[in-house]
Design a binder for this molecule. Structure first.
Ligand code: ATP
Length: 351
């Protein structure tokens, strides 16, 4: 049985979720101590507990320590059972993170699965639905499986109540994925999502994005037809108020997605300004993969037995994730400077 230290590196919830995902895939049992030791409220919170319960159901696992605030857990999987499941986080805790915990096992399982997931779909510190559907899953699908996502209801922090459906057609073996060059910039699509908020919030956000990004598009691409920014406001129904501003960066080889969230007391212009800065940074750096996609694509690439990508210098989150991957899989990760602003990350099987 593997023993993991939850205070390793960043010491957050990802250590647990990666361990659960890889335990299902490899069949290796594990024990983890000091869960989320470096967080203000250590131990299992609702989202982490929901991830444990979802993994236990999928892996027919025996679990010790699955309680709120628990800082220890033992997980004994008994074989992956693909099929139809419904999981609810119960709060605004991220349902996308619960999904990412069980996806690795289900995308290489013996049969297809269909999932209904309820909870937060638009949380400030987790992958928002659009990131999952338009950036992460298309790359996963390039590795072989066919994973489809549908959003039935937006769930914003703090009310939650979001609902998504996923269908997963698995493959027996994942293909290697290389994301070294994002290719030509084709265009930007900006969506200002609002729930129970005045329409002008969306309009003001889109105005800032147009101002901040259109210039950049004209200058970076002196072609006769430079890429453009396509803006839209989207009013949705949700259990509470909410505002997410999304920019999809469509490139020839992949689409990256950046998101900024409206907060009480923070002006719409500031929310949009933060996002414009993130998008510009990505465009200027010439990397293929942004900070969040980098830490999330590591696990699928490790399962495929190899892959490479060019990204920003890795975050503590990504570096911690690599340490956990290495404990379950015979994988080597090389990180070297790619250009002034980026690094090249290469995963290879460790014989
Ligand atoms: P804690 O660390 O407090 O336990 P947690 O378990 O909710 O919190 P983290 O371990 O910090 O979460 O992991 C959050 C995950 O969400 C990371 O994989 C990160 O890349 C992803 N994420 C956060 N913000 C975004 C975003 N804007 N777009 C895409 N992914 C995001």
């Amino acid at each position: 049985m593997l023993t993991l230290d939850g205070s390793l590196g960043e010491g957050g919830g990802q250590i647990l979720r990666t361990a659960l995902g890889l335990s299902l895939v490899t069949g290796l049992e594990f024990r983890i101590e000091k869960i989320r030791a470096n967080r203000q409220k250590p131990g299992l919170q609702r989202q982490h507990l929901a991830a444990v319960q979802a993994a236990a159901a999928i892996g027919q696992a025996e679990v010790e320590g699955a309680e709120i605030n628990s800082q220890q857990l033992a997980f004994h999987p008994r074989g992956v059972a693909p099929g139809d499941y419904a999981f609810a986080v119960g709060t605004a805790g991220s349902a996308t993170l619960v999904f990412q915990t069980i996806l690795p096992a289900l995308m290489i399982a013996a049969k297809p699965s269909a999932l209904v997931l309820e909870g937060g779909t638009h949380n400030p510190l987790a992958p928002p639905y659009e990131f999952l559907a338009k950036a992460f899953l298309p790359l996963v699908n390039r590795m072989g499986p066919n994973v489809r996502a549908k959003l039935d209801r937006h769930g914003f922090y703090p009310a939650g109540g979001g609902k998504m459906r996923m269908t997963i057609e698995p493959v027996t073996r994942l293909a290697r994925l290389d994301l070294l060059d994002r290719g030509k910039l084709l265009g930007l699509r900006a969506t200002a999502i609002i729930a129970s908020l005045p329409y002008h919030v969306a309009e003001r956000e889109l105005k800032v994005l147009k101002r901040e990004l259109s210039n950049h598009l004209r200058h970076s691409s002196p072609a006769t037809r430079p890429p453009t920014l396509d803006p839209q406001a989207l009013e949705v129904k949700s259990h509470g108020t909410g505002n997410a501003l999304v920019v999809e960066v469509e490139c020839a080889s992949l689409t990256e997605v950046f998101v900024s969230f409206g907060e009480l007391g923070v002006k719409a212009e500031v929310v949009a300004g933060r996002l414009a800065k993130d998008v510009r940074r990505f465009l200027e750096a010439g990397v293929a993969v942004g900070k969040h996609l980098a830490d999330q694509i590591l696990l699928p690439m490790a399962l495929a037995g190899g892959g490479a990508f060019v990204t920003f210098p890795l975050s503590p989150h990504a570096l911690t994730n690599i340490e956990v991957l290495k404990q379950f899989l015979p994988i080597e990760v090389r990180i070297e400077a790619a250009n002034d602003l980026g690094v090249r990350v290469e995963l290879t099987p460790n014989p």
